[in-house]
Structure formats: C-alpha cells, structure tokens
Design a protein around this ligand. Structure first.
Ligand SMILES: Nc1ncnc2c1ncn2[C@@H]1O[C@H](COP(=O)(O)OP(=O)(O)OP(=O)(O)O)[C@@H](O)[C@H]1O
Length: 441
C-alpha cells in the first residue's frame, strides 16, 4: 500500500570505476557501471531493478545506500541529498535504510548466535538493556517465520531459507523505512524462494516499508514489485508498472527478457526471442542505443528493403568486420573447418564466391538478399575481405548499412503515462495523445 509520498528519489545517478594500469595506477578508461539512472520509490512501494549479470544493478544499490560514492547525480532520501549528510544524518540513514544480500552468510559472524547477530545493530545504535533486546529479537524471529527458541542457534545449524529469514530479521530490527534487497532469493531452492518473497511482501505491509528489489530474475520481480526498471549496460531502457511491463513490454530488450521466461508449456517456445551476442564491455559501451548490437528489432536503413531477421544478421556481420576478426587468415580457417588453425594454408587472397557462400551460411543469409542493391553492397564487402582489404570492407558497410539506433541515443520518454522507455521504435508514438495510446494495440 503506497502513500504517494516519495521516500527515495534517484536522479541521473552515475557510478564509474576507473580502469588503471601499472604501479602508478594511470587511468586508462572507466567502467560505466551505472550511467545516468533516474527513478523514485514511494513510501510502501516495492520497486524492482532487473537486468542481466553485470548491467550495474548491485552498483546502483550500493551507491544509493552510499556504500559507494556516486560519480554524478543525486540520491534524495526523505527529501535530503544523501551525499550532503553530516555524520549524524548518515548514522540515521544507516538505521533507516537497510540491505539484505544474496548470501545471508555474508552478514553473519559464524561464531555469533542468531540472537546476537540480530541484536548487534541495536547495540550499535545504543540499546543497552539486554532483556529488552532479547524480547525484541524473539518477537522478530516469530514474525519472520522462525521460533523464539532459535535465538540461541548458530548460523551453521540453519538452512539457506532460515538464514535468509534471520537476515530479514536483522535488517528489520531497527525499524527501517527502506529495505534494499540484492538478489535475496537467487541462492535458494525455487520452493523456498516463493516463501521468502511472500514473507517480504507481508513484512512490507506490516512495517510500511519501501523495498528496492534487485534481481536478474523477472519471475522474482513480478512476484512482489509494484514497478520495475529494466537495466541494460548501466542505463534504464524501460520503467513501468509491473503488470503493464510484463503484459505489454515496450522496449525490445524487455520483450526479449519477458519472452525468455520459461512457459509452463515446455513445447511452446514459438514466441521466444533469442538474443545474439554477449553484453558489450561497460568501459566501451556501443554508440547510440546501447542495445543496438543485440537488438532483434534494430531499425533498418530507409534506403534498403530488409526482412528484420536478415537485417539483424547483416549488422552482426558488419560488427564482426568492425572487430577486425574477418582477416584472410581467419577466413581461411573458416573455409577449412576440418583443419586445425596452424595446419591451414593462408594465401594472399581467397576465392570470393567460396568466402561469400561460407559467410551467407554462417550468418543465415539467403543466396541473394531481397534488395538487389543491398546484395551488391554485401558482395562488394565480401570481395574486399577475400582480398585482404578489411578496411575497405568496413568503409562500404559503414557507409551503406546504417541504423538510427547506432547514430543517435534514444531518450527515456513516457509513451504511456507512468511508463517510460528508451527506443527509437517508440519515437513515432511520442506525438500521439496519451489517451489514444492507452487504447491502441
Ligand atoms: N569495484 C569495482 N571496480 C571496477 N569495476 C566494477 C566494480 N564493481 C563493479 N564493477 C563492474 O561494474 C559492472 C556492473 O557490475 P554490477 O555488479 O553492479 O552488476 P550486476 O548487474 O549487479 O551484476 P551481478 O548480478 O553479476 O552482480 C560490471 O562490469 C562490473 O565488473
């Protein structure tokens, strides 16, 4: 139950880590782990951040809690910027904003009893009355589904699920207003996951908590989040109400993630979107839309007619040429897959027709592209490659096979009230009145 009062407000938050070299630690680049993220969490609301491993979720959470200093942007908690907190405000913030982790062991000292672990924050914050502490801890243990007698047990005597319940008790003992949960259930069995999520949901209502839930698992965020932000390479690509985001995902990346959620009908994967390629390096993110290098819906150039899947393959080919991988040497290896790399004879030039056949097979391209002019460009590029002129091949491809997705960065904009997404495909929709959008399919 939210109050419509914003507790946490994150504005254009950035956290970059320097990449250094040598003993002088010369900066040679920056990992843009979080690169301009904005969202708010209301009192009593659960906001989820979801995305693949390495997209910056944990760094965002740690920076929001000021466990890392932000590179830029602001985080306001209850209206005040956390970067400007003095010591006493920071101490209060440490009480009001708590975190739980994937591995509950990391928050426990194995030599401390469950009771002592949960009570530790009370001592740190000045509660000296031992009996009172014990009473509070016993009540909390019951509240998180354990027994008062568990107070004298030790972490090694507990199962993973029980440990996470103790982790929750410890996080709640100071009566916080915000709980940041970083992959709180991903180390647990699926049956236990549902129990812990349902417990978090109950505790939220009971304690009037706001929760920031971080997970790579869409099923988990769908379970308890009111709203979700989908993160890719340090940025949000879509932010919206959970059910809307799952039933009508606006961004191709969200569509791909949602389609990959295992269906109850295992034979039905007809709508499943398969993403090609790996997540690019966050120290050198792609130009334009960061997702364009993997996007199944990447926009083709106006000048040519392409089937969508063919255009994706052509761009994959262009990216491989740009990576400098398709040298005559590498192509020779591709043409002789039965030989090991050091056995392959590398001539100065290769037969163009053979290379072309091989590349068409590899990129699942038809014998001739639908658009005759596009086919000519492809053949010209292959001709350059087969003759060792990689730079010329790249120049032709760069000049002719362009996409707005690479050329300009889409803004995160509201296409439907309360639902933002950053995609050029949605740009046409920006001018349509919101009430029409809500009813259009
Ligand atoms: N202290 C650090 N120094 C340098 N790079 C870092 C540091 N912490 C994180 N990174 C990098 O920042 C990027 C984002 O990492 P982060 O852990 O926030 O992602 P994540 O989405 O939480 O992934 P995971 O679920 O795998 O932890 C990664 O490329 C990671 O290697």
């Amino acid at each position: 139950m939210t109050t419509n009062r914003t507790l946490l407000e994150v504005d254009d938050l950035k956290k970059h880590f320097p990449l250094t070299e040598g003993i002088m630690k010369k900066e040679i680049g920056r990992v843009k782990a979080v690169d301009g993220v904005s969202f708010g969490v209301e009192e009593g609301e659960t906001f989820g951040i979801v995305g693949e491993s390495g997209c910056g979720k944990s760094t965002a959470a740690r920076t929001i809690l000021r466990l890392e200093e932000p590179t830029a942007g602001s985080v306001r908690f209850d209206g005040r910027d956390i970067v400007e907190y003095d010591r006493s405000a920071l101490k209060r913030f440490r009480r009001e904003a708590q975190m739980i982790f994937q591995d509950p062991d990391s928050s426990f000292d194995p030599r401390m009893s469950v009771g002592d672990s949960i009570a530790e924050p009370l001592i740190v914050h000045g509660m000296t009355d031992r009996k009172r502490r014990r009473r509070i801890v016993e009540q909390l243990l019951v509240r998180v589904g354990l027994q008062a007698e568990d107070i004298d047990r030790y972490p090694h005597e507990l199962s993973g699920g029980q440990k996470q319940r103790v982790g929750l008790a410890r996080a709640l003992v100071l009566n916080p207003r915000l709980l940041v949960a970083d992959e709180p259930v991903s180390a647990l069995d699926v049956s236990i996951q549902a129990e812990i999520l349902s417990l978090m949901d109950d505790l939220q209502t009971e304690f009037g908590l706001s929760i920031l839930l971080i997970s790579h698992n869409l099923g988990v965020v769908r379970e308890i989040c009111d709203r979700v932000g989908v993160m890719y390479l340090g940025e949000f690509v879509e932010v919206g109400p959970t059910e809307e985001l799952f039933s009508d995902p606006q961004h191709p990346y969200t569509r791909a993630l949602v389609s990959a959620i295992p269906s109850t009908d295992v034979s039905d994967d007809s709508d499943r979107v398969r993403l090609t390629g790996t997540v690019p390096d966050p120290s050198n993110p792609p130009r334009g839309c960061r997702f364009h290098t993997r996007c199944p819906e990447v926009i083709p150039p106006d000048e040519y007619v392409f089937e969508q899947a063919t255009w994706r393959s052509v761009l994959d080919f262009k990216q491989r040429v740009a990576s400098g991988e398709l040298t005559v040497e590498r192509l020779s290896e591709l043409l002789s897959p039965e030989q090991s790399a050091d056995e392959v004879d590398v001539p100065e030039t290769l037969p163009v027709a053979k290379v072309e056949r091989q590349l068409r097979t590899e990129y699942d391209l038809p014998e001739t592209l639908e658009d005759a002019r596009a086919d000519e460009i492809f053949t010209t590029a292959v001709d350059h490659l087969a003759n060792g002129r990689d730079d010329d091949a790249l120049e032709v491809l760069r000049e002719e096979f362009t996409t707005v997705c690479q050329e300009s960065k889409p803004d995160l904009r509201e296409a439907v009230p309360g639902h933002r997404n950053a995609c050029h495909l949605a740009d046409d929709r920006q001018d349509v009145p919101a009430d029409e959008l809500a009813t259009s399919d």
